[in-house]
Write a new protein. Sequence first.
Length: 290
Amino acid sequence: PGTFEYNDSCGNVYLFCDPSTNTCNYKGCSNSDYIKDWDTKFRPIPVRCNNTSYCPDNNSKCLPLLPVGAQCDLQRDDECSGSNAICLNKTCFIKGAPLGGNCGEDTTVYFSQDADENLIQQTIIRDNCTDGTYCLNSVCVMSKPLNSPCDQDRECLSGSCSNNGVCIQGPDVFHVIKPWLWGVLGTSVFVFVILVLGLLWILHRYQSKKEHAKIAKFFEDNEEFAKYAMLDDDNDSYQDDDSRANMNDSRTSVLFLTTPDYLKSQALSTSHKNPSSLSLHHPNPSTNRF
């Protein structure tokens, strides 16, 4: 008993012991896409086999599937050909023994460690009985219902035996939902959708009213501004007409400032002060005739 992990004398992750030559050769196939401690930079991971062949535990190369009755590696059901094939006691069988029929079984004891590194022993018993039955004293008998005492998962119809030795519903088993629960679920979903749509409609209406109010206020303000602008234009036109009329009436009283002519200004001022002085500067034409 142990882990039953394959190991050979080569002691290298890349090599296997070839029994035909008793030498170490490179592995030629793999059962997974990952191999612990394998460096792909040194050597690519070996190919996986197709559905018509299998890779043995030593990873030598892909081999054809084995027929019923052929020798197989420990619990390697994938090495046997046919549907519902099973490897019992390193021999390929078909898992099809009926209720009350003769059957065979193998027992394997594994040792492993839990999270606290405590040693755990696990016993696995396998048989070739059909689903819903298990092998007891080389005869297929009916599996047990829920809450029945059990020692192995295979003894329960649910396929799960608890640590307390009772058949329970397995964690990966689908639970049957009653029709009325489906009805409640469907109604709840329908009501939820209606509520969401109603809330969205109310929100849309509220935002739409706000936008319409903004648009209406915008146009009202524009109309008011237009009215005030027209009144201002009329007042400006009236004031312009009045100013033009006043300018026409008062043109005679407008004073224009220019550069003064001092001689002319002096003459004008002298003539206004002493009109008789004009005769001194301008002789009388009547006296010049004589």
